[in-house]
Write a protein that binds this ligand. Structure first.
Ligand code: BGP
Length: 481
């Protein structure tokens, strides 16, 4: 083993990350209710639903079956999967609780015991292996009933139901879970309210007034999650979770630089600022005014935001983006399809046009730490790629190793810059269903799952080449990459 001193602190939380609706399967088992993810089709079209005016939240068994209903059957195979995580040496496992296993419709008075028991079993299994759970309270799903009956997070009533959910899980798991994350990639609602906020913005009223009202309710819910977390589990640490995408100006034209600042504030900073400072940032006043947004608040709302500021910042990092105030039509289509940003000539992109930028991770860590002075936790990072099983059964995913190595080096540099980074859980440590596209073919794992998008496959788990590599990284605490 290498003897080089590692810049990673002792106790650094190395591990992997997943989300309930992307791997558990068993979507209607154990009393579980339907969630937003259960009515999204699989296949490449999912992303295009973001603003589809014809999309409706209706369960149609003929359309919405594989893969999101079956996931990778973690519901039944969690012991085998956790044993593989333990073999890699995981110190932490980021996972989410499906709200609909605990409150199938969302507005019941009492939790579903069978759902609670499932996560008891998972947490006990993790504890057996000495793996610390890091639990997302809501990862891109909310009970479908709360969407169809109440309009998702636009309704203030949802806050009451979420509070009930918080009491149920905090009281049940208080001896088992210390690290909690509130809403997965909360700022994704800026561009994609479907997953997190529970609606599709089809007109300007929904795009501005209703969307930011929904955000306000989620901020209150997040603050409540921190406050109650500290009350019920005194040693708990509760963090927010944002997608961080460092945003570069296309050139030194001050018009483009100012535009870039505005894009970045809204996307990268707004949600984090509310979570850390417990108040709305002043730059949002102008945005609200320009878009005729008037938030409806109740007495005590602003106090709650102040009382529930987060203990740490967790974030996902996959790519950077490049902005220009006025884009040519060619630039509009050549860049990042999800974000509408333009192509960066210095960077290569993944098969899904996500621009690969390890230095961007170092930049992100520095920007976040300079701004917030709070511990940082990277809870998602990885390369979605098509993997091939060779004739001898091996999976030679050197491209994934290269991607992860470069990003871990960037973390090392950021630690040397003085950033306080407490952990790294790489995304999709075991292959799972893609959130953006609904496919299984976009794989991230160290562990291959034999399941294809047409439903074929045995679900057998196989170690990829990256499995042993990541194991070595963890054993040497990041000194041997
Ligand atoms: C994040 C989500 C995850 C995950 C990941 C990869 O946005 O929090 O749920 O899926 O991105 O994205 P995708 O699955 O679209 O490749």
């Amino acid at each position: 083993m290498m003897t080089i001193n590692s810049p990673f602190p002792k106790g650094f939380l190395w591990g992997g990350a997943t989300a309930a609706n992307q791997l558990e399967g068993a979507y209607n088992v154990g009393g579980k209710g339907l969630t937003v993810a259960d009515v999204l089709p699989g296949g490449k079209i999912r992303d295009s639903l973001r603003e589809d005016p014809n999309f409706d939240f209706v369960m149609d068994e003929t359309k919405y079956t594989y893969p999101n209903h079956d996931g990778i059957d973690f519901y039944n195979r969690y012991k085998e999967d956790i044993a593989l995580f333990a073999e890699m040496g995981f110190k932490a496992y980021r996972m989410s609780i499906a709200w609909t296993r605990i409150f199938p419709k969302g507005d019941e008075l009492e939790p579903n015991e069978e759902g609670l028991k499932f996560y008891d079993r998972v947490f006990d299994e993790l504890s057996k292996h000495g793996i610390e759970p890091v639990v997302t309270l809501s990862h891109y799903e909310m009970p479908l009933h709360l969407i169809t009956e109440y309009g998702g997070w636009r309704s203030r009533e949802v806050l009451t139901f979420f509070e009930r959910y918080l009491h149920a899980v905090y009281n049940r798991y208080k001896g088992k879970v210390k690290y909690w994350l509130t809403f997965n990639e909360i700022n994704s609602g800026i561009v994609r309210p479907l997953f997190g906020l529970g609606f599709i913005a089809k007109n300007d009223d929904e795009r501005y007034q209703q969307k930011f009202q929904a955000f306000h309710h989620q901020f209150l819910a997040s603050a409540l999650a921190v406050k109650l977390g500290h009350e019920i589990i005194p040693d708990s640490k509760v963090g927010c979770m944002i997608i961080y995408i460092p945003t570069y100006s296309y050139d030194s034209n001050p018009e483009n630089v100012m535009h870039t600042l505005e894009v970045s504030r809204l996307f990268n900073n707004f949600c984090g600022d509310v979570h850390v400072f417990g108040e709305y940032p002043s730059y949002m006043n102008k945005y609200f005014k320009d878009h005729n947004i008037e938030l409806q608040m109740k007495d005590g709302d602003l106090d709650l935001l102040k009382e529930g500021t987060v203990d740490f910042i967790s974030f996902s990092y996959y790519m950077s983006r490049t902005e220009k105030k006025v884009k040519t039509s060619e630039e509009q289509v050549s860049g990042n399809v999800v974000l509408g940003s333009i192509k960066n000539p210095f960077l290569e992109a993944s098969d899904w046009k996500w621009e690969i930028d390890p230095l961007g991770l170092r930049i992100s860590l520095n920007e976040l730490y300079d701004r917030y002075h709070l511990p940082l936790f990277i809870v998602e990072n990885g390369l979605g790629a098509y993997d091939k099983v060779e004739e001898d059964g091996s999976i030679q995913d050197d491209y994934r190793i290269d991607y992860l190595r470069a990003h871990i080096k960037a973390m090392r540099d950021a630690l040397e810059d003085g950033v306080d980074l407490i952990g790294y859980t790489s995304w999709g440590c075991i292959d799972l269903v893609s959130a953006g596209t609904g496919e299984l073919a976009k794989r991230y794992g160290f562990i291959y799952v034999d399941k294809q998008d047409d439903g074929s496959g045995t679900l057998e788990r196989k170690k990829k080449k990256s499995f042993d590599w990541y194991k070595k990284v963890i054993t040497t605490n990041g000194s041997d990459l």
